[in-house]
Design a protein around this ligand. Structure first.
Ligand code: FE2
Length: 169
């Protein structure tokens, strides 16, 4: 999957030099810290937007996953007769001085759990345009079709930029 994203301000002007942290689950729905088969920091990346507010990268399609149900949350879901699944999503944290730090998720628009996300996180604005492409990728560099594209625009609000410093208590 190829992701091509843009960061803009409230006027639609590109935000250059924004720091973007990205992380997501694997094609089987596990983050690297939950999965001994993945290398440390797999499917996590840090990017800086260019002069046009853009950043882009190649990755693999992520899958949705169930949240833990072995404690009180599991009992709550059972009492409500609800499933434990989150729809597949891409996590993003966007930081730039002069803007409120944006922590967001972009959802796969073909996921079967969009309407029933266990965390109630899905909104129309957070829907990504995941497109299956049958033609060879224009770069010609990375194998054959099919592949997926995701285009998305992150909207920042003016305000105080804050970023917690590890270790976080
Ligand atoms: Fe997640």
């Amino acid at each position: 999957m190829y992701v091509d994203a843009t960061v803009v301000d409230p006027h639609g002007t590109p935000v250059a030099g924004a720091e973007v942290d990205i992380w997501h689950s694997s094609p089987v729905g596990l983050y690297e810290n939950q999965d001994p088969d993945q290398a440390p920091m797999n499917l996590r990346g840090k990017f800086t937007t260019d002069d046009n507010g853009r950043f882009w990268f190649r990755t693999v399609r992520m899958a949705g996953y169930p949240i833990p149900t072995d404690a009180v949350v599991g009992r709550l879901l059972k009492a409500q007769n609800r499933h434990p699944y989150r729809p597949a999503h891409l996590h993003a944290l966007v930081f730039k001085e002069g803007f409120k730090t944006l922590i967001s998720q972009v959802y796969c628009d073909d996921d079967p759990h969009l309407e029933s996300d266990v965390q109630f996180g899905v909104t129309r604005a957070l829907m990504g345009d995941f497109r299956r492409r049958e033609e060879p990728h224009p770069s010609g560099a990375h194998g054959d079709a099919p592949w997926y594209s995701l285009a998305y625009t992150f909207h920042m609000e003016e305000g105080k930029a804050e970023l917690p410093q590890p270790p976080i208590d």
